[in-house]
Design a protein around this ligand. Structure first.
Ligand code: ATP
Length: 514
């Protein structure tokens, strides 16, 4: 991470704590690694992201319904899904620092570093050559850029091949050949690469001899697959249709050093879309576009997203891409879109002995549908929103402010109601306004400190609107509404306030932007 990025990431961590967004889990006992709690603002932000996703899926699409499956599932589920045998990460330890890394991530970071170097050269040349500059041409002809691009692409392809063959010695040799060092200490003294299963095991039952081994689910998707027929039959769904779900998932992550980006307990928002075999690659394109449109509707900067197609496909997939987001530590996976074929349903048929098929009246035959999956981490989305929103600004008068420009639809508190002074009947008017607004949005009363300081506090809290009740309010029955991002102020009649705010913060208005 460059120094600037590191500083920004540190700011994200401390701001998240200071403003009640994210706390270390069980902090009074010095915390639990890679487990986090969401505070009073964080819980609201998380809920709003979940709701924005849920409504976009199940309300805007007639052919998608939602379910809520249990975290515990029959243990055979994870045999069928392949998680017992193949849900592994290749890990490597540094003998000097005793730090543990994912071998594949070390190689990917190496590639990303060289991609950034190439991009820097291209940007420099673009400045130098001006309008006539052709970046594609430069990429293939400038020897230095060609060299960087080679280092940015070749190792990932080789890594994919090695992992496919389960050649762990080869992965270690690749790390040594590339000269990859421990990012923390610079040591190149590595152990062999080993596979490590990421599922958490637990037991159900009262006594040791009757207890059954269970796993905490490592993804929510399987709860959808095993309910495929229940939903299809009871909902009288016709192919193509989708099932959506949000919920907790658990993975014993080897490397968990990036705040809520990679946790051991996290939440997923997944949608499985069941289609006719042979049409899956068309639907794959449809869902790539649909998901990107959802992201873009939040206005966090189109340039902060990119697709990253997978070189190495998981055992169940015939196409896969990630939507990557520009986090403070660079572009990283935010969401996965996978064409999972009929792998899961077929496997569950085989292990359960039950048919999981759809009778297609048009075709007059039964088949196991193919599946398109969109899978996004709620906590990762939280981090994307939060880190993108946090900005330090120098204002025209030279003063500084810290502002959290969370999209208004996701902001924990939509408006703060501020009586200019604590007397003269102004708090009472503020109360009346709260009583009017509280039915449709979360608002907050704040009367402490001078008005300027209250504005700053709400800016840092991420509140999109401040509503000030002043002495004129008693005469003109209007209030001053200040916009967090532009800091412009408008006088709005109290009777119009609710619809003014709803137009700007309500989910239904934002969903229309997708
Ligand atoms: P990664 O390569 O980063 O480990 P993955 O490819 O294993 O992720 P998937 O299995 O495709 O991830 O899971 C779908 C989504 O769930 C990811 O895009 C991510 O947003 C989220 N996710 C996965 N693992 C974690 C985790 N440990 N903590 C938080 N979110 C996670």
């Amino acid at each position: 991470m460059a120094n600037n990025d590191q500083d920004q990431f540190k700011k994200v961590l401390s701001h998240a704590k200071e403003y009640g967004y994210v706390f270390q889990s069980s902090e009074i006992y010095d915390g639990l690694q890679a487990v986090y709690d969401y505070g009073q603002n964080g819980a609201e932000l998380k809920k709003n992201i979940r709701e924005y996703w849920w409504q976009a899926m199940t309300q805007l699409n007639q052919d998608i319904v939602g379910i809520d499956a249990a975290i515990f599932m029959h243990p055979t589920t994870w045999k069928a899904s392949g998680h017992v045998d193949a849900f592994n990460d290749p890990l490597i330890d540094n003998k000097d620092s005793k730090k543990r890394y994912r071998a594949d991530v070390l190689v990917e970071d190496y590639c990303e570093k060289h991609l950034q170097k190439a991009q820097k050269e291209i940007d420099k040349a673009a400045k130098r050559f001006g309008e006539d500059f052709d970046p594609e041409m430069y990429k293939t002809t400038n020897p230095r850029v060609v060299g960087y691009m080679k280092k940015a692409t070749e190792p990932t392809a080789r890594l994919a091949e090695l992992l496919d063959k389960e050649d762990l010695a080869g992965v270690k040799a690749l790390i040594e050949e590339l000269g990859i060092a421990d990012p923390d200490t610079g040591s190149k003294n590595w152990t062999d690469v080993r596979q490590f299963n990421l599922m958490f095991g637990t037991k159900i039952g009262a006594s040791a001899d009757t207890a059954t081994d269970l796993y905490l689910r490592p993804e929510t998707a399987q709860g959808i697959f095993v309910n495929f027929l229940n939903v299809q039959k009871t909902g009288r769904m016709k192919i193509p249709f989708g099932i959506a779900q949000t919920g907790k998932a658990f993975r014993n992550e080897i490397v968990a050093r990036q705040f809520i980006f990679r946790q051991r307990e996290f939440e997923q928002m997944e949608m499985q879309y069941f289609v006719k075999p042979g049409t899956e690659l068309e639907w794959f394109e449809v869902w790539k576009e649909k998901r990107m449109a959802w992201h873009r509707s939040l206005g966090m900067g189109d340039e902060n997203y990119r697709f990253h197609d997978h070189e190495k496909l998981a055992h169940y997939a015939n196409a896969a891409t990630d939507i990557e987001f520009n986090f403070p530590f660079g572009f990283k996976e935010l969401e996965g879109i996978h064409s999972r074929t009929d792998f899961d349903l077929k496997a569950h048929e085989e292990y359960s002995g039950k048919k999981l098929q759809f009778f297609d009246h048009e075709e007059n035959k039964s088949y196991v549908p193919y599946v398109l999956e969109t899978s996004i981490g709620l906590d990762r989305m939280f981090l994307a929103v939060f880190s993108n929103a946090l900005q330090d600004e120098t204002l025209e008068d030279g003063s500084e402010r810290t502002v959290l420009k969370i999209p208004a639809v996701l902001a924990p508190v939509k408006a703060a109601i501020l009586p200019l002074v604590k007397k003269d009947g102004l708090p009472e008017i503020a109360d009346e306004i709260i009583n009017e607004l509280k039915w449709s949005m979360k608002v907050q009363y704040d009367e402490k400190d001078a008005i300027g300081r209250r504005y700053r506090r709400q800016d840092a809290n991420g509140t999109p609107y401040c509503i000030t009740v002043d002495h004129d309010t008693k005469e003109d029955h209007a209030v001053t509404v200040r916009d967090r991002d532009s800091m412009t102020q408008e006088r709005i009649a109290i009777k119009d306030l609710k619809s003014y705010l709803e137009q700007r913060v309500s989910m239904s208005e934002w969903l229309k932007k997708i």
